[in-house]
Design a protein around this ligand. Sequence first.
Ligand code: GLN
Length: 273
Amino acid sequence: MTIVAQALRAAAARIDRFDAEVLLAVALGVDRGALLLAPERRFSPELFDSHVARREAGEPVAYITGHREFWSLDLLVTPAVLIPRPDSETLIEAALATGISPVSILDLGTGSGALLLAALSEWPAATGLGIDASAAALAVAGRNAERLGLAGRAAFRPGNWGQGLTGRFDLILCNPPYVETGAELAADVRDHEPASALFAGPEGLDDYRRLMPQLPALLAPGGIAVIEIGWTQAAAVLTLAAAAGLVGVVRRDLAGRDRCVVLRHANALLQGA
Ligand code: GLN
């Protein structure tokens, strides 16, 4: 047996203190607040020790606990999906800020389902479709929809971006891979998160080149597409969008960095739509 306060002190010499608290809380099946209120509690350390060893070896906390919060939703995550980032909440904020009330929502490259499920939680009258190339990711997204009580409004299908889709959508969300192949990423990202969700060719633009030409036919009249970008990519992505007949504005994240573009049909502006 070991004591909470001692175990945390020992773990904090090996991994981040906050991570240690989260991992111990999960190992004991309590929330972090309750854990910190019981520093003298005794427990048998095997599970916590294995969590700490995994974190020390670089595995992200979210893959150890199997959970990550996004837009205040508790999401399941596995190594088959990118861990949702707070940065990506910028896309939901950007969509809300446009004032649209989407009835149909498409999430291309849905991963854990984070963007689609956050949007469905904001617009209770909407239904959504999540597309992903990975069957393992779609399984995670489907479980998340069920757990959040959103399965009745969310469908998930395998696909290659928008290829072959026939519907039109009021809101299209997408967080494609956009990291330059060969870029130096933090080891926990590089060694544990799915490369297919991160890397997109020498400039990180390969998937925007595939996506942009597909978007106009998928947007309903008055619809918008909110697409995540790397913080240096706004001009290049807006150029690709313009070539596809889309115009847009850039939105920044909380760190003040360009984080997404909000796109519409260029001719929608002329028509006042
Ligand atoms: N923002 C992620 C990172 O920095 C990249 C996500 C992506 O490529 N869509 O690791």
